[in-house]
Design a protein around this ligand. Structure first.
Ligand SMILES: [Zn+2]
Length: 261
């Protein structure tokens, strides 16, 4: 028998004992961003012709909507074909790094982060105390399919946006203050519109833990049978402090290796 103290000290291993018993969790009453949702997030690459290679830095994230026509939201395919027309257009050359459709499907990426997409146009914002203009080459553009003046965005769009913005904030060290709407950097523009819920985005970002901090501390209240072991779903991957993903099987093997040292 292994002492409880030993397991508490080795909390990482102690948390990862194989079982098929599910954790008993109360049903969600409202839609909430959760770590489980991240497993469904994917990005599909469809290259736009419309970009420059003059990117200075990714200092801002700018949120847009794709708009509507006669009360109908512009189609995803329509937006893709604006960014990647079959026939080269000499006018209205536009693009953005990402498009998030209303329903569950991959996020679409059309311009690389390190390239300049053409979404911000004439625009200005103060970045680190300096007023910058024409922000395309200092920003990542994200299009939400919809029209935030007329329609609410979908749960999937908020989840995908939180997931994507979180990644880009961490990757490029972008503070939340520099995640802005097109309407803020170009006041004549309407997007993402008054129906975009900025609080929901910010709360979602705040609810997501930083990388490496998602190893739960040993929590006695979860140890229902008092044996010093908390059961996790066997399909969960476990992140170790190194940030390297390890499968639960690897972690369990380590756990038993530790016992018999
Ligand atoms: Zn816009």
């Amino acid at each position: 028998m292994v002492s409880r103290e030993w397991l508490v000290v080795s909390k990482i291993e102690a948390l990862i004992v194989l079982t098929t018993l599910p954790l008993t969790t109360p049903p969600l009453t409202t839609h909430k961003y959760t770590k489980q949702l991240e497993e469904n997030m994917q990005i599909e690459w469809i290259e736009s012709q419309f970009f420059h290679t003059d990117k200075i830095a990714n200092e801002m994230i700018i949120i847009h909507h794709t708009g509507s026509n006669n009360g109908r939201i512009n189609s995803l395919q329509g937006t893709i074909s604006w960014f990647k027309p079959d026939v080269w257009r000499s006018t209205r050359q536009v693009s953005a790094q990402y498009i998030i459709a209303r329903d569950l499907r991959p996020i679409i990426q059309m311009v690389k982060d390190e390239h300049t997409a053409w979404h911000a146009g004439r625009s200005s914002w103060e970045i680190n105390g300096v007023l910058r203009e024409n922000l395309n080459n200092r920003s990542i553009g994200i299009e939400l399919q919809g029209d935030g003046q007329l329609f609410r965005y979908s749960d999937f769009q908020y989840d995908a946006l939180i997931w994507l913005v979180k990644q880009k904030m961490e990757q490029f060290n972008i503070p939340i203050e520099l995640v802005r709407g097109h309407e803020e950097i170009t006041p004549r523009k309407p997007d993402p519109g008054q129906l975009f819920d900025w609080d929901r985005l910010k709360q979602g970002l705040a609810s997501v833990t930083a990388p490496g901090s998602d190893i739960p501390a040993f929590d006695d209240s979860l140890d229902t049978d008092g044996d010093g072991i908390i059961y996790l779903d066997e399909t969960d991957d476990v992140k170790l402090p190194s940030g390297k993903d390890r499968t639960i099987v690897e972690s369990i093997l380590d756990f038993f290796a530790g016992l018999f040292k």
